[in-house]
Design a protein. Structure first.
Length: 578
C-alpha cells in the first residue's frame, strides 16, 4: 500500500537544478517539464537511489509536468521481473506515481537498431573484432591518445553485412561489437569510439529470444529520453563525463528522434557505514551474509520499510541534505534523525522489556490485578488510550537494577525508590542470586498511596521512572536490534558502467567482506504488553526508554517479532565522536 504523504507540506527549497529549469522555461528552450526515473531492474532500490528518484518525480510535480518510469532493461543476464515489481512498490511507498507512463528500454530496441543501421550508412558506426581486453589496450590513457582499431575503416557494405549477421546470431558471444566512430584522440575517454551493441545470448524476460545483440546504456539511454520527449535528464555527477556522448547520440540521431533533452548532473548520495552498490548488495544476498534483499540490515528501501522507516522520513532526509554539485559523505545519523522525527509524531507508546529481570512486589495482595488506563501518545490525545495491568510480579530491564550502585546510578538498588511508569513508587529491598552471582529476582515494596493520577503520585523521589510489564499477561517476543553493516565510517558506492559493460562483471574489492560488522544484528527474547503484540505486521511503536520498533513479517501468534527501527538517541553521532 502506498504511504499517504501530505501534499500540503511546506514547499521544497529551491536548488541549482530548478533554477536552471526555470531559466530554460523563461528562455523558451522548453515549454513544459518532462522527467524520467530510469532504474535498472537488476536488484532492489537502495537509499542511494532516492536522491535521483525524488528529484526526478519532485521536479515534475514542482513545474506541473510529468515523470516517466523507464526500466533500463538492456542486460537480461542480471534482470528479473521481481526487481521491477519491487521498484514500483518503493516508488509508490515514497508517495509518487509515474504520471508520464511506464516504459522499458526494450520498448525501443527496434528504433535503436534502426538508428544503428542509419549510422553505419552515414559512416558513424563500425563493427569491431577487437576483444574487450584489446579494446581497453587500444583506448589509451588520460595522457595518451587511443589507437584506432584495425577494423575501424571497414566499408559501409561490410559493416552492414556483419551487423546484420550479428543480429542473426552467426558469431560467438563477445566476438564482435558495434562501435560509434567518434574520436580516438579525444581528451574525454568516453568519446573514444564507445560501444553501441554487444552480442549476448541471453533470453530477455520481455522480448524473449528476438534479440541476441543488446544496446549499451550510453547509446540506449539518450535515445529513450528523446523518444519519450524528456526535457531534462537528471543524473548523478559521475555521468557528467558522459554528457558529451549523451549529446552526441541525440544530435546524430536527431533525424529519427522527436526531442533533444538536456542532461543536468548533481552529486550522488554517499552515506557513512552504508553499502550502496547493487553489486555488493547482491553479493551479500547470494553469499548468505544477509537474509534477502529486505533484510532490515540492508540499505534497500524494502528493507527500510520492513524495519519501520517511513516514506515521509526518506523524503525529509533528501530534502535536508539538499542538491549540490559537490560530492560529500552524509552521516547516517541524519537519516536516523529524520526517521526519529517522523515516528515520534506518529507512533503510539507501549512498554516492552528486552532483557527481563523479575521483580516481586512483596506487599502486593496475592492473586490481585489492577487495571491502569494509559495514553497512546503524550502529545496526541486523539490517538486514544489503552489498558495495562499490574500484579504481584513484573518484569523490568536487567540494566535497571544494580545491587551495588555505581556513582550517580539512580535506578533500582537496595534502599532506593523508583517510579514505575503510570503506576506506583516502589522501594527496592533486596535480591536473589544464583550460584554464579547473577541476580535472578528483585524484591520491592509498593507505596500504594502513590498511584498514578492521585495526589501521592507527585511525591518527590531521587530515583528514575522505569518501564515495566506485568508478568501475568506479558507476551513473550523476539527483539532484533541492528547496527550498520560496515565496521568503518566509509561507505561503498556504485561504480558507473563502462562502455564495454564491464561494471557488473568486475570483481568486488577484496576487503569488502572483511569490513562487515559481525554484530550487525542482536536477537533478544523479552516481554511486551499485549497492546503492542496485537498490532498488525508493519505496526510501529515507541517502546518507552528503548527505541522505535516495527512488527516484522516473521511474527507468529506464538512469538511476535519486532525490529528496532531506530534508537531514541543519535547512536551514530555518539560513535562518530568516539
Amino acid at each position: 500500500m502506498a504511504e499517504e504523504i501530505s501534499r500540503d507540506a511546506a514547499p521544497e527549497k529551491t536548488n541549482f537544478i530548478w533554477n536552471a529549469i526555470e531559466q530554460d522555461l523563461a528562455e523558451g528552450r522548453y515549454t513544459e517539464v518532462h522527467t524520467r526515473f530510469p532504474p535498472e531492474p537488476n536488484g532492489y532500490m537502495h537509499i542511494g537511489h532516492c536522491k535521483a528518484l525524488i528529484m526526478d518525480f519532485l521536479t515534475a510535480e514542482r513545474f506541473g509536468g510529468k515523470c516517466n518510469l523507464r526500466f533500463d532493461d538492456t542486460n537480461p543476464a542480471k534482470e528479473d521481473m521481481e526487481f521491477v515489481r519491487a521498484i514500483e512498490r518503493d516508488i509508490r511507498w515514497l508517495g509518487f506515481d509515474w504520471t508520464g507512463g511506464l516504459f522499458f528500454a526494450s520498448d525501443y530496441y527496434d528504433k535503436c537498431y534502426e538508428i544503428a543501421e542509419d549510422w553505419i550508412r552515414r559512416g558513424l558506426a563500425y563493427v569491431d573484432d577487437l576483444s574487450r581486453e584489446e579494446m581497453r589496450a587500444y583506448r589509451g590513457t588520460l595522457t595518451e591518445p587511443g589507437r584506432e582499431s584495425p577494423y575501424r575503416n571497414r566499408s559501409v557494405e561490410e559493416n552492414l553485412d556483419l551487423f546484420r549477421r550479428m543480429r542473426a546470431g552467426e558469431f560467438p558471444e563477445g566476438s564482435r561489437t558495434l562501435r560509434m566512430k567518434i574520436d580516438m584522440a579525444s581528451p574525454n575517454l568516453v568519446m573514444r569510439d564507445p560501444a553501441m551493441y554487444r552480442i549476448l545470448y541471453k533470453e530477455h524476460w520481455r522480448t524473449g529470444n528476438k534479440w541476441c545483440i543488446y544496446p549499451m546504456y550510453d547509446f540506449a539511454h539518450p535515445i529513450g529520453d528523446a523518444l519519450e520527449g524528456i526535457s531534462h535528464s537528471l543524473c548523478s555527477l559521475e555521468y557528467e563525463i558522459h554528457r558529451p556522448l549523451y549529446d552526441w547520440v541525440v544530435e546524430h540521431a536527431q533525424n529519427l528522434l522527436p526531442a533533444r533533452p538536456r542532461q543536468i548532473e548533481f552529486a550522488r548520495l554517499n552515506m557513512t557505514r552504508t553499502v550502496m552498490s547493487k553489486r555488493y548488495l547482491r553479493q551479500l544476498v547470494e553469499g548468505g551474509y544477509v537474509k534477502g534483499w529486505d533484510d532490515p540490515r540492508m540499505p534497500t528501501l524494502s528493507a527500510m520499510r520492513r524495519r519501520g522507516y517511513t516514506g515521509a522520513a526518506i523524503r525529509d532526509f533528501v530534502s535536508r541534505i539538499g542538491m549540490s554539485k559537490a560530492d560529500s559523505l552524509v552521516d547516517a545519523a541524519v537519516l536516523e534523525s529524520c526517521v526519529r522525527d517522523a515516528l515520534g509524531e506518529s507512533s503510539p507508546r507501549a512498554m516492552a522489556v528486552l532483557r527481563p529481570l523479575k521483580v516481586v512486589l512483596t506487599n502486593w495482595p496475592e492473586g490481585e490485578t489492577r487495571t491502569i488506563t494509559v495514553e497512546n501518545h503524550p502529545d496526541h490525545p486523539e490517538m486514544g488510550t489503552h489498558e495495562i495491568t499490574i500484579g504481584r510480579e513484573i518484569w523490568i530491564e536487567q540494566d535497571d537494577f544494580m545491587e551495588v550502585p555505581a556513582k550517580k546510578y539512580m535506578r533500582m538498588f537496595p534502599g532506593n525508590e523508583v517510579r514505575l511508569k503510570s503506576a506506583y513508587i516502589v522501594r527496592c529491598d533486596g535480591c536473589d542470586k544464583d550460584a554464579d552471582g547473577n541476580v535472578t529476582c528483585v524484591y520491592c515494596t509498593v507505596d500504594f498511596d502513590t498511584a498514578s493520577g492521585t495526589p501521592g503520585a507527585d511525591r518527590k523521589i531521587k530515583g528514575k521512572t522505569l518501564h515495566w510489564v506485568n508478568a501475568a499477561d506479558a507476551v513473550p517476543f523476539e527483539a532484533r536490534l541492528y547496527e550498520p553493516l560496515l565496521l568503518d565510517e566509509e561507505g561503498e558506492s556504485e561504480e558507473v558502467e563502462t562502455e564495454e559493460g564491464a561494471e557488473s562483471e568486475a570483481p568486488a574489492k577484496k576487503d569488502f567482506i572483511s569490513r562487515l560488522n559481525p554484530d550487525s544484528i542482536t536477537t533478544l527474547r523479552g516481554y511486551a504488553e499485549p497492546f503492542a503484540c496485537a498490532a498488525e505486521v508493519g505496526g510501529t511503536f515507541q517502546f518507552l526508554r528503548t527505541g522505535y520498533f516495527c512488527k516484522d513479517p516473521d511474527s507468529t501468534p506464538e512469538l511476535p517479532v519486532f525490529n528496532r527501527t531506530v534508537g531514541l538517541r543519535d547512536t551514530f553521532a555518539k560513535q562518530a565522536k568516539g
